[in-house]
Design a protein around this ligand. Structure first.
Ligand code: NAP
Length: 317
């Protein structure tokens, strides 16, 4: 309660300051405050901690050449200075955890990072869960992980209590679960109702809006932070960018400060009030710079979101 009143005071003061400078917008009842050149942040409901609304997805962080490794290093170096913090990885992303651990150690910006990794136990055993988390710590070169998520909901009965033990030991701060598959939606909804979760991670984009039907409203109701995976529909050739290739942005995208298709797509995701942070995969610095723009300026309001959906649904293909 005390924490909550601090939060409200902080929020009220921020809104007054923002009103004074004209830097406030409202969407669907939620007020979002931003400052020029500063990144939009959202609070983790269970703690009040603020996170920048864009993070780095790293399922393609297994470089095979020095040049590819150098490109990923440039992306992670840019965390410093840009204000980005969240890095989402997983043991199943081949070399991703090891590469991130090495690069953050080389760069020296581990303290700024909010590491979100996942626990995997193919046979759903506690021993596998412990081995997975110990190995993540070793590969990430850390003795503390900000967010531990049960990957694709596999073994939650065994793994959620285990993660909570690590929270009690202060080896992990937040507990979460992830999915990116419609067929798992009933199960994630069940867990959101029955478990105490700090975070969920789910797929959501302008081209894939199923999570908005039940999962995102439930997250808001239950006070669960939400990471969004696949905001561009994934790395495959037929992702959302393919649908608009060669097309100009509609002129009204300027009304919410979108200057690229990447910003257009991310601002749709971020303008859902239940969303805490979107984690687009980024291996190129140009994409990171572009995506930073989505965390600045205005966001679409409810009417604009509807317009974006109608626009998207009217596209050929
Ligand atoms: N169940 C799960 O737990 C689960 C499932 C799927 C994904 N995830 C997480 O979600 C993250 C995101 O998913 P994803 O990477 O598969 O798909 P995504 O974020 O939808 O798309 C990533 C693709 O978009 C490109 N891109 C990024 N910013 C761009 C921009 N501004 N303009 C044009 N292209 C841009 C990336 O290129 P470059 O890489 O070349 O920069 C990459 O090819 C993953 O990295 C992972 O961390 C979790």
């Amino acid at each position: 309660m005390l924490e909550r009143s601090h939060e409200l005071l902080d929020r009220r003061t921020a809104i007054q300051l923002a009103l004074a400078s004209g830097l406030v917008t409202s969407l669907g009842g939620a007020t979002v405050v931003f400052a020029a050149d500063a990144l939009l942040h959202r609070r983790i409901p269970s703690s009040g901690e603020r996170l920048p609304v864009i993070g780095v997805g790293t399922n393609n962080y297994s470089p095979t050449t020095p040049e590819e490794r150098a490109a990923r290093r440039v992306v992670l170096e840019r965390l410093t200075g840009s204000g980005l913090r969240v890095i989402d990885t997983a043991p199943l992303y081949r070399e991703s955890e090891r590469v991130i651990g090495e690069l953050l150690a080389e760069i020296g910006n581990r303290p700024q990072a909010f590491l979100a990794t996942k626990v995997t136990a193919p046979n759903k055993t506690r021993e596998e869960g412990i081995a997975s988390m110990e190995e993540s710590m070793r590969r990430l070169q850390t003795d503390f992980i900000e967010l531990m998520q049960v990957h694709n909901l596999i073994g939650t009965d065994v793994l959620l209590p285990l993660i909570r033990e690590w929270v009690a030991q202060k080896r992990v701060r937040y507990v979460g679960v992830t999915t990116s598959r419609d067929e798992q939606y009933p199960e994630i909804v069940r867990l959101m109702r029955s478990e105490s979760l700090d975070f969920i991670q789910v797929d959501y984009s302008l081209g894939n809006r199923g999570a908005a039907e039940q999962i995102l409203p439930l997250a808001a109701e239950r006070g669960i932070a939400v990471l969004i995976n696949l905001p561009f529909g994934g790395r495959r050739d037929g992702n959302l960018f393919a649908r608009v290739r060669g097309q100009s942005l509609p002129s009204w995208a300027a009304d919410f400060d979108a200057r690229s298709w990447g910003q257009f797509l991310l601002k749709y995701v971020l303008s859902h009030p239940a969303v805490t942070c979107a984690i687009p995969g980024m291996t190129k610095i140009a994409n990171l710079e572009d995506n930073l723009g989505a965390a600045q300026g205005r966001l679409p309001d409810t009417a604009m979101r509807q317009r974006m959906e109608e626009f998207w649904d009217s596209l050929p293909g």
